[in-house]
Ligand binder design. Structure first.
Ligand SMILES: Nc1nc2c(ncn2[C@@H]2O[C@H](COP(=O)(O)OP(=O)(O)OP(=O)(O)O)[C@@H](O)[C@H]2O)c(=O)[nH]1
Ligand SMILES: [Mg+2]
Length: 308
């Protein structure tokens, strides 16, 4: 058989499309995306506003491909970085084949949810409501949540899941495929993400800082990889944690450097898994006052409003 004809026959019924995952901060968007693709790409934490950029990952199976876009939580921004993040999330709704709107399993619909409804309701794109964290409620309680949301908007589908416990994820994948157009894959089957290795390494360090530090400090940090070199089975990385105040610098370094050591020793094994060899990680801390309100510095740390 001619190989062109063969590949055409293979592609029959194949579906491929783009899906944006949106929602308020901390609802579990990045956790869900990681569990859907079966690999940890996006960092997660119990603090809101963890994700700052659009992170693309690829799910491929024998009958199709879904390209997921994890996005920052939609919130009331207090600085230019916040505006940038909300713009990233809002613009991700355009030009996708379906939107997953992730919500907490409660019947309370507040201003945050209303803002999202306003963004979604006049678009033609199918919206799948994903009620996450159902492991935190009793089974039948989800019915009240479904009822509440149904009154607010027309959803293409509603799927309850627990991203953490991986409940309902196959259901969700099957549901998403209903809205994917027929077509060829966008990426080869080995592609998992668009994120460069340096960027993932920086994010791993930021995740460990987020998880180790208290409250207000994590929101004001950025991580820059200054150097990343491979030599004789060793990867040497110099990275800088940028913060907004001298007092924050002291806390990030900690007494006799203990906090910085902790962040480094938590990050190293994850980076080793990423790069596939031993890692020598040197961390620095720098203060850049109010960088979250400076276009120039934001761009320096990978948050360029012109690239949304
Ligand atoms: N109990 C429970 N917790 C979950 C579930 N999914 C996510 N979480 C937790 O919710 C918190 C937030 O998860 P993330 O994935 O970082 O949330 P996000 O929506 O990406 O947050 P931002 O990036 O800040 O917008 C973390 O502590 C997760 O472990 C779930 O299904 N059940
Ligand atoms: Mg996130």
């Amino acid at each position: 058989m001619n190989s062109d004809i063969e590949s055409k026959t293979d592609m029959e019924g194949y579906k491929a499309g783009f899906v944006s995952i949106i929602g308020r901060p901390n609802v579990g968007k990045s956790t869900l995306m990681n569990h859907l693709i079966g690999q940890k790409i996006a960092i997660t934490s119990n603090k809101p506003q963890t994700t700052r950029n659009k992170i693309q990952t690829v799910y491929t199976c024998d009958h199709g491909q879904i390209v997921f876009l994890d996005t920052p939580g939609i919130h009331k921004s207090k600085n230019k970085l916040g505006e940038y993040m909300v713009n990233v999330a809002s613009s991700s709704i355009k030009d996708v084949d379906a939107v997953l709107w992730l919500v907490e399993p409660t019947t309370f619909i507040g201003a945050g949810e209303r803002t999202i409804i306003d963004k979604l309701k006049d678009r033609k794109t199918p919206v799948i409501l994903v009620i996450n964290k159902i492991d935190t409620i009793k089974g039948p309680e989800v019915l009240a949540v479904i009822d509440t949301y149904r009154k607010e908007m027309d959803f293409a589908d509603i799927v309850p899941v627990s991203a953490r416990k991986e409940t309902g994820l196959q259901d969700l994948i099957d549901t998403i495929f209903k809205y994917m157009p027929e077509g060829s894959p966008f990426y080869d089957e080995d592609t998992v993400t668009d994120q460069p290795m340096r960027q993932i390494a920086a994010e791993i360090i930021r995740e460990k800082a987020l998880r180790s530090l208290d409250e207000e400090i994590p929101h004001g940090i950025a991580v820059a990889i200054d150097a990343m070199n491979f030599d004789k089975g060793l990867c040497s990385i110099d990275a800088t944690i940028v913060c907004e105040k001298d007092s924050h610098k002291g806390i990030i370094i900690g007494k006799s450097g203990t906090m910085l050591k902790k962040i480094g020793s938590l990050a190293r094994p994850d980076i080793e898994e990423l790069v596939g060899c031993r890692v020598y990680l040197k961390l620095w801390v720098k203060v850049k006052k109010d960088w979250r309100d400076s276009d120039f510095l934001m761009k320096n740390y990978g948050y360029n409003p012109k690239e949304i």
